[in-house]
Design a protein around this ligand. Structure first.
Ligand code: AMP
Ligand code: ZN
Length: 462
């Protein structure tokens, strides 16, 4: 019997056996999506790749997954402390396009990147700007329940009203209050945060709406509480994001939902750890970040980056280097060639013992690096070759490397070379070995090598 699935839950800071809230029903999964004021970088995609693997592991364990992801297209300010400019308005100024245009442009670019990385799209992808009414209703209930106050520039959440505010991040609220030197503006406490911001007097924002409190736009955290509740209910299974979301964004999502419906939003809180560049978090604001397109421009296959991410556990930070991407490229190429060379036989089932070992690894809080090592063992091992292929193709439901479909790039083969190869194949079939060898020699002189396959032949340059 393979080990049951265990996941690391950051709320309890423990490895917990995964039990769906509705056994037999769909697992509710909410993952914080991109802020679409710019392209996503490969650090963002490390988190999205971890979430994709999580989803695949849940499915491997027989669950169906209802996956909701938001698109942040309003309200995310340049500082997490509710100051600075809306990133969308800043992005609009930078590009000379409207905020609505860049939201669409970068959402489309994001979806195209997901495909290149074999990250499967969520069941529901929802935009913050399409859910303004839900967010206003959410804020109204928080206010009605006594957790909000209004200042000159917005509606704020009063974190002092909540006994265990900050529990997810184990925030030291008393310490923060004592050492309060930060400028909190009109906020009552440093940890209070905006639920709704007013458009500044005289300011004409591209994105603004009327509300019971005044014209303006939602705070960044409210969209996730509102859309998660709308699509997944008051309390659902798993909520994910990058590790930077622990102290502010997720802490505040929990506060809001607790204030409205009394739950901590999700049963498990899981976080992907950073991709580092030059020892610091890869960040859009740092400039010079790498996109999926940058990898293509340098001649890399985006799936080599997926492979690279599979080699590190999601709960450890990973430093990016071109050398490590080169190594991942080589490993992926070997794995693809290895699987391609194995015969496909629909009658050959995957190997049960290896399936169990693989399951034990992925069920141990998604230990994909060790699961990958099991895949290499299968590839290099001595199982019958069709069984090896079937086992590796089964593993690929989690790895997502497209191993079953991969083919060496077909070179355009000159007509006379193709004819020589076909003549040689006919000679072999007729067991005319001397003639077959002669034709192989001619092919070699022409610079080509012929590989015999159970289903024909493959030509490659020597
Ligand atoms: P954003 O577009 O900034 O809202 O971020 C999208 C997702 O990427 C969030 O879950 C972030 O926590 C995550 N993220 C941001 N930077 C990194 C990084 N350097 N490494 C891994 N994940 C990241
Ligand atoms: Zn969120």
């Amino acid at each position: 019997m393979p080990a049951p699935l265990r996941l690391y839950d950051n709320y309890t800071r423990s490895l917990r056996p995964f039990e769906p809230i509705a056994p037999g029903g769909a697992v509710g999964l909410y993952t914080c999506g991109p802020t679409v004021y710019d392209y996503q970088h490969i650090g963002n995609y490390r988190t999205f790749l971890f979430e994709d693997v999580l989803k695949r592991v849940l499915e491997w364990n027989g669950c169906t997954v209802q996956h909701v992801m938001n698109i942040t297209d309003v309200g995310h300010l340049t500082s997490d402390a509710d100051t600075g400019e809306d990133k969308m308005e800043a992005g609009s100024r930078r590009t000379g396009r409207s905020a609505w245009e860049i939201a669409q442009l970068f959402t489309d670019a994001f979806l195209a990147d997901l495909q290149l990385l074999h990250i499967r799209a969520p069941t529901i992808l929802c935009r913050a700007t399409d859910h303004i009414r839900e967010q206003i209703e959410f804020v109204a209930d928080i206010e009605k329940n006594g957790f909000a106050y209004v200042t000159a520039d917005g509606v704020y959440f009063d974190t002092s009203k909540q006994k265990d505010y900050g529990y997810l991040a184990r925030l030291d609220i008393a310490g923060q209050e004592a050492g309060k030197r930060v400028d909190v503006g009109d906020k009552r406490h440093p940890t209070d945060f905006a639920l709704w911001k007013f458009s500044a007097p005289g300011e004409h924002r591209q994105m603004e709406w009327d509300s019971p409190w005044g014209r303006g736009y939602p705070g960044w955290h409210i969209e996730c509480s509102a859309m998660a509740q709308k699509y997944l209910g008051d309390f659902f299974d798993i909520h994910c994001g990058g590790e930077d979301h622990i102290p502010v964004h997720h802490t505040n999502e929990i506060a809001q939902t607790e204030a409205r419906v009394g739950t901590r939003l999700a049963n498990y809180w899981m976080h992907g750890y950073f991709l580092l560049q030059n020892d610091a978090k890869m960040a859009k604001s740092a400039g010079g970040f790498l996109r999926v397109q940058s990898l293509l421009d340098h001649g890399y296959d985006p799936l080599a980056y997926r492979y690279l991410c599979l080699t590190a556990h999601y709960r450890t930070q990973m430093s990016f280097s071109w050398d490590s991407l080169d190594a991942a490229t080589t490993a992926l190429e070997r794995m693809r060639q290895g699987v391609f060379a194995l015969p496909s036989d629909p009658g050959a089932p995957p190997d049960a013992a290896y399936i169990e070992r693989f399951t034990n690894e992925i069920n141990d809080d998604l230990n994909v690096p060790r699961a990958l090592a099991v895949a290499w063992e299968v590839l290099r091992g001595d199982l019958p070759s069709a069984r090896r292929r079937a086992t590796l193709v089964a593993f690929d439901a989690v790895l997502g490397l497209g191993l079953a479909d991969w083919q060496p790039r077909q070179e355009s083969v000159p007509h006379d070379v193709q004819e020589l190869a076909e003549a040689r194949a006919r000679a072999r079939a007729a067991k005319q070995w001397a003639e077959a060898d002669r034709l192989r020699g001619e092919l070699a002189v022409a610079g080509w090598e012929m590989e015999d396959r159970p289903d024909g032949f493959h030509l490659k340059r020597r």
